[in-house]
Each structure stands twice: as C-alpha cells, then as structure tokens.
Design a protein around this ligand. Sequence first.
Ligand code: T5A
Ligand code: NA
Length: 214
Amino acid sequence: MSARGTFIVIEGLDRSGKSTQAGIIHKKLAERFGDQRVKLIKFPDRTTPIGKMIDSYLRSQSDLDDQAIHLLFSANRWEVASSILSDLQNGITIVCDRYVYSGVAFSASKGLSFDWCVAPDVGLPSPDVVLFLDISPEAAKLRGGYGEERYEKEEMQRRVRENFKQLGKEQKTTKEESWVEIDAGKGLASVTEDVWTAVEKVMGQQAEDVQKLW
Ligand code: T5A
Ligand code: NA
C-alpha cells in the first residue's frame, strides 16, 4: 500500500445522497485505519468568509454575477488546497463531498463556457477517484428538502446532469478508472454497497505523487 492518503471525491446532483455516502465512507475508513488517518471535507465550505458569501448567495439572500459566484466557489477550494495536499502526503485519506466537477457542471449550466469554468481550478490537487452518484432529477426531487436552494430546479438539474456526464467522459480519457458512475436512485443499502466496492478498489492504488488538475 502506498504511503500517501487516497483522495476520494463524491459528486452528483442535488439530493443524490452525496453527504449520506460521504459520511458512511468516512466512518468505515476510520474504523479500518483509525480516526487520524481519514478526513471528511465538503465544498462549499460555508464556514469561511468566502463560504459565508456563497451560503448567502445559495439561499438567495444576495445576488452575484454568474462569473463572480463561480470564482468564489473556486477560491473556496483554493483556501484549503495546500492543506489537502499536505494531508495526502502525510498519509491521510480524504473523503470530499463535491469538488471542481460541481463547480464546472453548475456554472456551465448557466451558459458559461466549459473552458472558462475550468480555468480557475487548474492546479488544484487531482482526486484519485470520483464517485459520481447518478440520479434522475425527477427521482432526486422526491427526496427531502429539494427546492429550498437556488439551483434546486428540475430544468437546471437536467443540464447539470449532462455536464457531469461530459466531465466524466473527459476524466476517463485521462484515466479510465478515475471516474465511477453509481446508480444513486437505488435504495440506501444497495447504493452503499456499490460505493464501498468502488472505494475498496481504489484504496492504496494511487501513484505516489498527487497529480494536479486537469
Ligand atoms: N455548487 C457547489 C456550485 O454551484 N459550485 C461549486 O463549486 C460547488 C462545490 C450547494 C450547491 O452549490 C452548488 C451545488 C449545490 O446546488 P451542497 O451544500 O453540497 O451544495 O448541497 P446540500 O444541500 O448539502 O446537499 P445536496 O442537496 O446536494 O444533497 P446530497 O448530499 O446529495 O444528499 P443527502 O445525502 O443529503 O440526501 C438527501 C436526502 O435523501 C435521503 C437522505 O436521507 C436525505 O433525506 N437519501 C436517500 N433516500 C433514498 N434512497 C437513498 N439511496 C438515499 N440516500 C440519501
Ligand atoms: Na450534501
């Protein structure tokens, strides 16, 4: 097993079950490797000053140009990029609830070009695996809380889903096994099993050096 930690990213549409699965993976890995060897992080991190601006925007308490909010989401990742890198190098596995793929998929669905959306995230630590929780917007809508935040509209989620699929195709051309699509419309036990199978496959298999996006 490689000495550095594994960088696991969970992505998907709103209400696809990302936080639920990220929590389960974190717990299982902590049981196996110890609390000190695994960390759970999420984007947006609404606790930082930049994160508070993002939170206010998502709750429709403030308005920002599409470009401005996109750059804030990216800056919110850059705030912790060096700590992600040093944790990985120190053997800590990171479970990350949303990352750059959400950044591009959501902003591009508002009409910004893929190239423009990708640019501010260039150079961030690259995940060893992206677990993409795929669900139809119709099914996601039936889950609790949908519709409270700015982007939780069926039509937008449909475009976001297409963008995620496009990003997945591109990711696979770099490294086939680094993008795993999971049917998140199934029951909790079944999704948990599929997610865990994918995690076990990738643990400790990464190259020694952390790669950079994209
Ligand atoms: N965003 C984010 C950008 O535009 N750019 C960016 O760069 C980034 C990082 C906030 C918004 O920001 C956008 C994307 C988002 O629109 P958020 O804070 O992650 O992102 O959003 P949250 O509201 O925290 O999370 P989600 O709405 O995305 O939900 P999750 O985490 O996918 O789903 P989860 O686990 O909370 O589950 C939802 C419900 O479903 C149930 C759960 O119990 C819960 O009630 N559930 C299941 N039910 C049935 N079957 C299953 N298998 C289930 N799994 C979970
Ligand atoms: Na979530």
